[in-house]
Design a binder for this molecule. Structure first.
Ligand code: SF4
Length: 359
């Protein structure tokens, strides 16, 4: 005999989530750490975070870099992304140096759009017009927080008002606007961060990235940490905060496209991360915790009928359902006293939801 338990929350989100996945572009990253930036936010050491220690880009190296990606990948649409700097603070000649080599790829239809990240206080109408003309489609704003006391403590040099104004202006020009947030900055709290999440939702970003604050060596934040004036989030706290945020954004139809810093050789060098909730699979920790909450009641109910259970879900969800190093599976086996718990790829019928069967 078989019994099934469906997850109504996820099933109701299937059309939206599938549409998002189909539209996910191939990103060709070009790292320009701290280019254009005259600030020193307390947590920032861009070369370490991005794994790129200097930018020696020139038109031919940009063309070669993009061409190389296009030769080796076949996913569409394709977006070239300038990450790590404050792009709109660069002089226009320098902006041209980055954008012009890609124009030929755009004309040929090999690259479909461009993306860049910048500071919220570096948005001006004249520059937005220029970026539009150069094929930029997406602008990510390093908001980090929408609480002024947190922004001040992080030495961001801008206010939450400037984030809101910039977000509005970028959208009015027709760009796709993304927000980057950093839970766990000095003077942040769970309540303040969740209020930042709610204020971010009100700005209707096209997507969000969550980077829980970690203490990188040789930053002002390391100094504060060593003096006992800053205590980072634990990994458990950071997962819990991001989990709540991810669910609030999902309910508002806003994708969270990254959680946690991208692992890199530079970042993972001994001594580079001094403290804080860094984990190379941070996003998976959050997603598997969400799956655990959703599937646990169905497993518990099914375990009253059998000690042998199966979870059916779309193949791309199985790793997150099992959890990092099978942590969810191990937990369910122990807590529910199961003799076996299989995960089965069922690409028909369950899509982004799941089904538990017994027997
Ligand atoms: S504005 Fe960006 S690049 Fe500049 S110091 Fe702050 S986080 Fe780093």
């Amino acid at each position: 005999m078989e019994d099934s338990f469906f997850d109504p929350y996820l099933i109701s989100h299937i059309p939206h989530l599938l549409k998002k996945m189909k539209n996910r572009p191939l990103i060709i990253p070009i790292f320009i750490p701290q280019e254009g930036c005259h600030h020193r936010c307390v947590y920032c050491d861009q070369p370490t975070i991005s794994g790129v220690s200097q930018t020696s880009w020139n038109p031919s190296s940009i063309r070669a870099h993009v061409g190389n990606y296009l030769d080796n990948c076949s996913r569409y649409p394709v977006q070239v992304a300038f990450y790590g700097g404050s792009f709109t603070l660069l002089p226009e000649t320098r902006q041209r140096l980055f954008l012009e080599p890609v124009q030929e790829f755009l004309k040929q239809g090999l690259v479909h759009s461009l993306r860049l990240s910048t500071r919220p206080d570096a948005i001006e109408a004249s520059n937005l017009r220029f970026l539009q003309a150069m094929g930029v489609k997406t602008i990510e704003l390093g908001a980090q927080s929408l609480c002024d006391q947190v922004l001040k403590a992080a030495a961001r040099g801008h206010s939450s008002r400037e984030v809101c104004d910039a977000a509005l202006q970028v959208q009015q020009f027709g760009f796709e606007m993304g927000l980057q947030l950093m839970p766990g900055l000095p003077r942040d709290s769970r309540e303040i961060f969740l209020s930042t999440v709610d204020k971010s939702i009100a700005l209707s970003p096209s997507f969000v990235r969550l980077y829980p604050t970690v203490v990188i060596s040789s930053t002002p934040l390391e100094h504060l940490y060593r003096q006992g004036r800053y205590r980072p989030l634990s990994l458990t706290q950071a997962v819990a905060w991001c989990k709540e945020a991810k669910q609030r954004f999902a309910a508002a139809g806003i994708p969270v496209i990254r959680m946690g810093l991208q692992p890199s050789v530079t970042l993972e060098q001994p001594g580079r991360i001094v403290a804080g909730p860094y984990h190379p699979a941070f996003g998976q920790l959050v997603l598997s915790s969400i799956w655990s909450d959703r599937i646990s009641p169905a497993l518990k109910k099914a375990s009253l009928q059998s000690q042998r259970l199966r979870i059916h879900a779309a193949s791309q969800q199985l790793a997150d359902i099992r959890g990092h190093r099978n942590d969810n599976i191990k937990k369910w086996l122990a807590e529910l006293n199961l003799t076996s718990l299989e995960t089965v790829a069922s690409d028909q019928g369950v899509e982004e939801g799941f089904q538990v069967t017994v027997g």
